[in-house]
Design a protein around this ligand. Structure first.
Ligand SMILES: [Zn+2]
Length: 171
């Protein structure tokens, strides 16, 4: 039986060696923006870089501000970047975000054919790229994606832990 879509992930290939240190400065910029939005929302922020390493999209969590269940940082960044790119495909692009994308955002990134996903803290409850489930290797994922979690993990976890701690003391 032939399937309509081949699953690229099933063709096991050795992962390419990538130097992630060049993304650290971007992660610091993501953290700064997270801290800023953390005054009103859960501190999550994302940026998208194009094939030349230029930032083409930024997004912060705006669930409460916009009263929007889809208002996650990754979705906001994707919407901005697709306008700038004038395309919905992101095969050559990279998204950098401080928390592991949830299952909704992981699916959106798969639909957008995002080439590379870089995140800081793992989300064991809702993470869609390994924390709770890894959708990038699921047979429904129809393109090859590179996932790198744990970049500046301590800093990324700390900002979220502090936010929740503050929330608890306010109650
Ligand atoms: Zn999300």
């Amino acid at each position: 039986m032939r399937y309509i879509f081949e699953n690229e992930n099933s063709k096991k290939e050795a992962p390419k060696e990538t130097d992630y240190s060049k993304y650290i400065k971007w992660m610091y910029s993501v953290l700064r923006r997270s801290e800023e939005i953390g005054k009103i929302e859960l501190p999550i922020s994302s940026i998208i870089l194009d094939e030349r390493g230029r930032c083409i999209g930024r997004g912060v969590n705006k669930r409460n501000i916009n009263k929007d269940p889809l208002g996650h940082a990754e979705i906001m960044a994707l919407r901005q970047a697709s306008l700038i790119k004038n395309d919905w495909r992101f095969n050559d692009c990279i998204i950098i975000t401080n928390l592991e994308p949830c299952t909704m955002c992981a699916s959106a990134l798969i639909q957008a054919r995002m080439g590379k996903v870089i995140f800081g803290a793992y989300d064991k409850k809702r993470g869609g790229f390994g924390g709770s489930i890894d959708l990038s290797t699921h047979k429904s994922s129809h393109h090859k994606m590179e996932i790198a979690g744990g970049i500046l993990e301590d800093e990324c976890s700390q900002i979220l832990q502090l936010w929740f701690k503050k929330l608890r003391t306010q109650k």
